[in-house]
Design a binder for this molecule. Structure first.
Ligand code: CUA
Length: 158
């Protein structure tokens, strides 16, 4: 079978790219540990207020874990509880968020924390806060009339 020269070049290029992209994906997943959220942590959205740790939202110091603090936040129409949080500079924080009603967003502007918060699930992300200053938390999933007013803030202090 005769294959045109350009056709051959294109085939080799295509196969090479496939190998490159699969390698990037493999290294990212198995060597760097980038995995999609498990969605394994579930919660009854009707009982958020009485389910630990969401019965006491806020920042908690923890011992013997990979992170220094756990930040527990409850989202609901149209606010976050707590409305403001102070985090000591340089701490590693596991952010845990759930919602009592509809889907909300949870983005800490200026950081790489950006999660979708779904009823029945706990969204988690571990982040380090190494820069002092005020960071606004915004809802970036349209959730109703008050969506644009749904904010909270994190203050990273010395
Ligand atoms: Cu909550 Cu938009």
């Amino acid at each position: 079978m005769h294959i045109h020269k350009f056709e051959k070049v294109w085939l080799i290029f295509g196969i090479a790219m496939l190998i490159v992209f699969l390698s990037v994906l493999g290294v990212s997943a198995f060597y760097l540990g980038n995995q999609p959220p498990s969605c394994l942590n579930t919660i009854d959205p009707a009982k958020v207020d009485t389910t630990a740790p969401f019965d006491k939202p806020g920042l908690k110091k923890v011992e013997g874990k990979e992170w220094d603090y756990e930040l527990v936040i409850v989202a609901s129409m149209f606010n976050y509880n707590p409305g403001a949080v102070e985090i000591p500079k340089g701490s590693k924080v596991k952010v845990m968020v759930t919602t009592k009603d509809v889907i909300h967003g949870f983005e800490i502007a200026g950081t790489n924390v950006n999660m979708m918060v779904e009823p029945g699930f706990i969204s988690e992300y571990v982040a380090s806060f190494n820069k002092t200053g005020e960071f606004t938390i915004v809802c970036n999933e349209y959730c109703g009339m008050g969506h644009h007013m749904m904010t909270s803030k994190i203050e990273v202090v010395e």
